[in-house]
Ligand binder design. Structure first.
Ligand SMILES: *[C@@H]1O[C@H](CO)[C@@H](O)[C@H](O)[C@H]1NC(C)=O
Ligand SMILES: *[C@@H]1O[C@H](CO)[C@@H](O)[C@H](O)[C@H]1NC(C)=O
Ligand SMILES: *[C@@H]1O[C@H](CO)[C@@H](O)[C@H](O)[C@H]1NC(C)=O
Ligand SMILES: *[C@@H]1O[C@H](CO)[C@@H](O)[C@H](O)[C@H]1NC(C)=O
Ligand SMILES: *[C@@H]1O[C@H](CO)[C@@H](O)[C@H](O)[C@H]1NC(C)=O
Ligand SMILES: *[C@@H]1O[C@H](CO)[C@@H](O)[C@H](O)[C@H]1NC(C)=O
Ligand SMILES: *[C@@H]1O[C@H](CO)[C@@H](O)[C@H](O)[C@H]1NC(C)=O
Length: 798
């Protein structure tokens, strides 16, 4: 009978678990119960524990009364009561004795109440396992349910009734009403609209079922994930989503996202593999509409993006908003607010004086379809450019293949870029980014001439004024001197500062917060006062014995002259006595190594983007900057991610900067094992192709989301990724490389292309490796990728 004891404990545990993990029992919520908004995570949960009802804190802004997926670590809110009216801590939600669900703020004022018709007859409330929160009568009839009051999400078994709507959130992490809605109109038509933000009234319909045949319709979202419009008699009229989803294995939701796209998302209920990788919401294949950038074209309103911006559908099938050259975001944290001119407009009083101050920036395959005030036909492109330059109203001209020249002025709306957009945008910008400074100078000069000629008439006045002038000049001298210092220290030709050691010591709080440590030295986080971008990363170089100041400065200048969105920008340096430091902009999302080999697998599209980013950065270093830079140490630790998770190459130029006291062999050791091409070890000349090699290895790591060398690999032939990938390609079993990665598995064409490019890059013979330009073209699919030579003898069919 001994064996029964552990069993008893086991059952006891099972009984106790649900109660101990959250203070509330999974039963009916009785009249009089309440929850208080506080950081205690108390909630009313469904019997399975999958859904919870309660308060969610939204930053410092307050609390949202919401329903969310309780078992998913990433906060996923499916319903909320007060998205436009967050409440403070201490607010309560109560199921009153009268059967009403009431949200009161901390002072006791009523914010929200359901059922609106009163709660008479209500006996209890319950959070159900479907994600529906109900207020029910003794007989079990629902007096109110959250399913009838949707926010931006539908769950399986939740139907959308005539007149009901979803309103997109404002931003991904801002749950307020946004700019798009999905509505089943009383006429039976199911429509996606832009709204007249900040109002929620309908503006432009960018998708619809066009089944306006009468009333009595309903959108059904059934257990297997199908969404369709039905007539009252049950006839299916229009399918909306028709992917079948196994509800046993997956959580499912359909959400109108802040970008105006209706998407279905799934999330695995249990981790599928032995390797513990964090899971994420993944979109199912078709989103609605498939390309929102092209679908929106309202006469009023800004379109899919804000005014003066344009919309691009990314490789991840998500729209993003960008500013044209010469324009910047009003609010970098809210790209949909649109863009503003970053320069002073043409002076319409003296247009001819200003023609030379402006130039045209070209954007192929771009259009802002409205806002024209003039159209010229059958003139050439050059004529079109000149016409816009010399017309002070013109901000952008669109020159199309039909030879038409459309003149447009701001605010530009419905901007879109994409391969299917014919014509090119000619954007008028002020030359050299000259802004307030240059026009102020001009202003000063003309003022001087006028004042001067008046004053000439009165010499006494002139003398008095000169004396006054001299006095003012000298009294300001000192103050001016101080202000000038930082200006003078800016190196000519670039925005790079020469710091003193003590400045950097102060900025880093005495080199306190270490960000990383590499072969060249240690990197610290720092903060600069009075700067637009105050956060910096300061690299303290250690092995710098006996190098000339001049050489260091020359090399730093070479690095400082580079400027590309996929490079970490050098903003300054310090070369003082023994101290050599480099100051870079701070990259908030850390290194690719942490991102790629960390706990959660980054999604496939993001990894693809990162591969493009690195390839483009290398192409720039090799071919596009004023003096060629070979990196020599490309590896995930040297790729950093900025706040939008774009990849940026760091530490470029250091190979050369530090070469003087290092022979080739020691340099070879510097490169990290696995990423280093063989010619390092042989006595061959080092060319840009060493970077191509390292990139090849990195590309394989990006595709497979694992390190090139993994001693704990499941099988011996998988230890070195490069070898295993070659084998898989030879044997036509590329699927093995991305076995647990659903997104990549669904995109095997790209996986195959990337692997082939990678294998080209890691050819032993440097001359067989492609240059980065070719690599970029192959990755983008612009040129065909042939079968890599090592393999061609083995492969008959791919
Ligand atoms: C909730 O209350 C209703 C009506 O009293 C009852 O039928 C149901 O079984 C209760 N559910 C639970 C889980 O206690
Ligand atoms: C509430 O949950 C959050 C996130 O799961 C956690 O960080 C926090 O410590 C919890 N607070 C309390 C009081 O349990
Ligand atoms: C969300 O965005 C709206 C509109 O810009 C703003 O008024 C509101 O304060 C934002 N909410 C939060 C929590 O940041
Ligand atoms: C639309 O806006 C009005 C006024 O701002 C508001 O009363 C109403 O609740 C909103 N409708 C929805 C569905 O959010
Ligand atoms: C959901 O709807 C689809 C399409 O009408 C149908 O094939 C499927 O059987 C339905 N699933 C359930 C669980 O009703
Ligand atoms: C159901 O209703 C639709 C539209 O109202 C109609 O076209 C169809 O014939 C009806 N089907 C049946 C079986 O009544
Ligand atoms: C103006 O400067 C910004 C940032 O400094 C840059 O992104 C933009 O391309 C520049 N515009 C022109 C026309 O040079």
């Amino acid at each position: 009978m001994d064996f029964q004891l552990p069993y008893c404990f086991f059952f006891l545990l099972l009984l106790l678990l649900p109660f101990s993990s959250n203070g509330q029992a999974h039963s009916n919520i009785s009249l009089g119960s309440s929850l208080t908004a506080a950081n205690n995570n108390l909630s009313w949960t469904s019997p399975s524990g999958e859904f919870a009802f309660g308060f969610q804190q939204v930053g410092d802004a307050g609390y949202l009364l919401a329903i969310w997926f309780k078992k998913i670590p990433e906060r996923t809110i499916v319903w909320s009561a007060n998205r436009n009216d967050l409440v403070l801590g201490g607010s309560t939600v109560q199921l009153t004795e009268d059967g009403e669900l009431v949200l009161n703020d901390q002072s006791g004022s009523q914010i929200w109440i359901r059922p609106q018709s009163g709660g008479s007859g209500a006996a209890y409330a319950a959070m159900l396992d479907t994600g529906n929160f109900v207020v029910a009568s003794q007989a079990g009839a629902n007096l109110w349910q959250s399913f009838d009051d949707p926010t931006d999400t539908l769950l399986p078994t939740q139907n959308l009734n005539s007149g009901a709507q979803l309103i997109a959130p404002y931003l991904e992490k801002n749950y307020s009403d946004g700019r798009f809605k999905f509505i089943l109109q009383a006429d039976g038509n199911l429509i996606l609209y832009t709204t007249h933000y900040p109002l929620n009234t309908s503006n432009f319909a960018y998708w619809s079922t066009q089944s306006s045949i009468g009333s009595g319709y309903q959108v059904i979202f059934n257990q297997s994930g199908h969404m369709y419009l039905v007539a009252t008699n049950g006839t299916v009229l229009n399918p909306v989503f028709s992917d079948s989803v196994s509800m046993q294995d997956l959580y499912l939701r359909a959400t109108l996202d802040y970008d105006g796209v209706l998407r279905q998302y799934v999330y695995p209920k249990t981790a599928s593999s032995s390797r513990s990788r964090a899971m994420a919401w993944t979109t199912l294949s078709n989103s609605i509409p498939s390309n929102i950038c092209l679908r929106i074209g309202g006469q009023v309103g800004s379109g899919a993006c804000g005014f003066n911006s344009y919309c691009r559908l990314g490789d991840d099938q998500r729209p993003s908003c960008k500013c044209p050259p010469g324009y910047t975001f009003f609010d970098p944290n809210d790209e949909r607010k649109g863009c503003k001119k970053d320069f002073i407009s043409q002076d319409c009083d003296h247009p001819s004086q200003e023609i030379d101050s402006f130039e045209i920036e070209e954007m192929p395959n771009t259009n802002w379809p409205f806002n024209d005030y003039e159209m010229f036909a059958s003139e050439g492109e050059d004529w079109c450019r000149q016409a816009c330059l010399s017309d002070c109203y013109c901000d952008v001209a669109i020159y199309n293949t039909a030879g038409q020249c459309w003149m447009k002025r701001v605010p530009l709306s419905n901007g879109v870029i994409g391969p299917s957009v014919a014509g090119k945008a000619l954007i008028k910008v002020r030359k050299g980014n000259s802004t307030a400074g240059s026009s102020a100078k001009k202003c000063d000069r003309s003022n001087l001439i006028t004042t001067g000629s008046v004053l000439l008439g009165s010499s006494i006045f002139l003398i008095v004024l000169s004396l006054l002038g001299i006095y003012v000049f000298f009294s300001r001298w000192n103050r001016r001197q101080q202000k000038m210092i930082p200006q003078q220290r800016l190196m000519p030709d670039m925005n790079m500062q020469n710091f003193t050691y003590s400045e950097l010591e102060r900025a880093t709080g005495g080199f306190k917060e270490e960000l990383g440590r590499g072969a060249f030295g240690t990197v610290y986080k720092g903060v600069l006062a009075n700067e637009d971008k105050p956060l910096i990363a300061v690299k303290k170089l250690d092995k710098m014995a006996g190098e000339g100041d001049k050489e260091f400065n020359t090399e730093v200048k070479v690095i400082g002259r580079t400027n590309h969105k996929n490079l970490v920008q050098l903003v300054g340096f310090c070369n003082e006595g023994q101290h050599r430091l480099l100051v870079y902009e701070y990259m908030s999302n850390g290194s690719l190594a942490n991102f790629l080999f960390g706990d959660s697998r980054p999604n496939w599209y993001r990894r693809m983007q990162i591969a493009f980013d690195i390839a483009r950065g290398l192409l720039y270093l090799h071919e596009e900057c004023s003096s060629q830079i070979i990196h020599c140490d490309i590896k995930p630790q040297n790729i950093l991610l900025d706040k939008s998770f774009s990849a940026r190459i760091s530490d470029f130029g250091l190979a050369k900067l530090l070469k003087t006291d290092q022979t080739k062999t020691t340099t070879a050791i510097r490169g990290t094992k696995g990423y280093v091409a063989l010619e390092w070890f042989k006595n061959l000349p080092v060319t840009t192709k060493v970077d191509t090699y390292s990139f090849g290895i990195l590309l394989l790591e990006l595709v497979c989301c694992r390190k090139n060398f993994e001693i704990n690999a499941l099988q011996e032939h998988q230890v070195v990724l490069a070898d295993w990938a070659c084998d898989c390609l030879k044997e036509g079993k590329l699927g093995l490389l991305v076995e647990e990665d659903e997104e990549a598995t669904e995109d095997m064409k790209t996986v195959e292309r990337f692997v082939m490019v990678a294998i080209w890059c890691i050819q032993e013979d440097p001359s067989l490796r492609p240059g980065m330009k070719k690599v970029v073209q192959m990755l983008e699919g612009a040129v065909q990728v042939s079968i890599p030579p090592d393999l061609s003898s083995f492969i008959s069919t791919i």
